[in-house]
Design a protein around this ligand. Structure first.
Ligand code: SAH
Length: 258
């Protein structure tokens, strides 16, 4: 059995209870060494075999899982954040399916959630944005033309940009070209939830300069949007006049005592 486990954004105690239990009972752990907090491996069994996938190819990862399966051993494949985002799990899953090796996925706290916590931000503020666009600049992996930064920027929704901290001048220019005003609120969150976390607020037009001043080149998320500002509307859910499934709203009448 293979478990794909989300390790969380960095802090050792931000893995799920289920994920930690799986690590504790694993015979084999293959972890994404570039970003997974190695302290999570302290909870492995003493006889657990640990592999760092940063040094492995897809073929080697699958062979390791296959060998473990033949010995009826349990493998944990530990991915950073939640495996559903830029985790390259689909290709592993398909290869496991071909080999009839059973698998399951245990979700994790994605770094975009860790970053929101670091920013004290709500990405979906009434009156400002009710959508979050998660995307990246193209690197070695291409991004479909119809998902260009410019096309997404035209919505002026909240945007969280992964894997792009080394290309911030280009990112800034393309976000501006797409339609965000140059004073749009922006933030760079470096290593969210790690002890060395750094949070920088700026305006979109200062994005590249801010990262340069702070010497941030990788392991960062870029958040764009007016949800980082101070103007918004209160939620209707908790409005005293608003009736919900659970609570009857009050008719506000000037003659009615409070
Ligand atoms: N599956 C992961 C993302 C992996 S892609 C998740 O859900 O978070 C790797 C990219 O994620 C990095 O280049 C960086 O942009 C971002 N990232 C991962 N951990 C981070 C953290 N703690 N703080 C800021 N960005 C992080």
């Amino acid at each position: 059995m293979v478990y794909f486990v989300g390790a969380g954004p960095g802090a050792k105690d931000l893995i799920t209870v289920r994920g930690l239990e799986l690590i504790k009972s694993a015979d084999i752990v293959i972890y994404a060494g570039s970003l997974v907090n190695p302290e999570l491996l302290n909870d492995c069994r003493e006889d657990c075999k640990i592999y760092n996938s940063a040094f492995m190819t897809l073929k080697e990862v699958i062979e390791t899982m296959e060998e473990a399966e033949h010995k009826q051993q349990m493998t944990v494949r530990l991915h950073t954040g939640d495996p559903c985002l830029y985790g390259a799990i689909r290709e592993q899953i398909d290869m496991l399916k071909e080999r009839k090796i059973p698998y399951e996925i245990c979700p994790g706290v994605s770094s975009f959630c860790g970053a929101a916590a670091a920013l004290s931000a709500e990405y979906t503020l009434p009156g400002i944005s009710q959508s979050v666009i998660i995307t990246r600049m193209e690197g070695r992996t291409s991004v479909p033309e119809k998902e260009s930064i410019e096309a997404f920027a035209a919505h002026q929704a909240t945007m969280v940009i992964f894997l792009s901290a080394g290309m911030l001048l280009e990112l800034q220019q393309r976000l501006l070209a797409g339609g965000y005003p140059e004073d749009t609120k922006a933030a760079i969150v470096y290593k969210a939830t790690w002890p060395e976390e750094k949070v920088c607020f700026c305006k979109l037009k200062e994005l590249a300069k801010t990262a340069e001043e702070e010497n941030i080149k990788k392991t960062a998320l870029i958040v764009i949007g007016e949800v980082l500002g101070d103007v918004y509307e209160y939620s209707r859910l908790y409005d005293e006049c608003f009736t919900t499934e659970y609570r009857k709203g009050r008719m506000l009448d000037e003659n009615q005592p409070d």
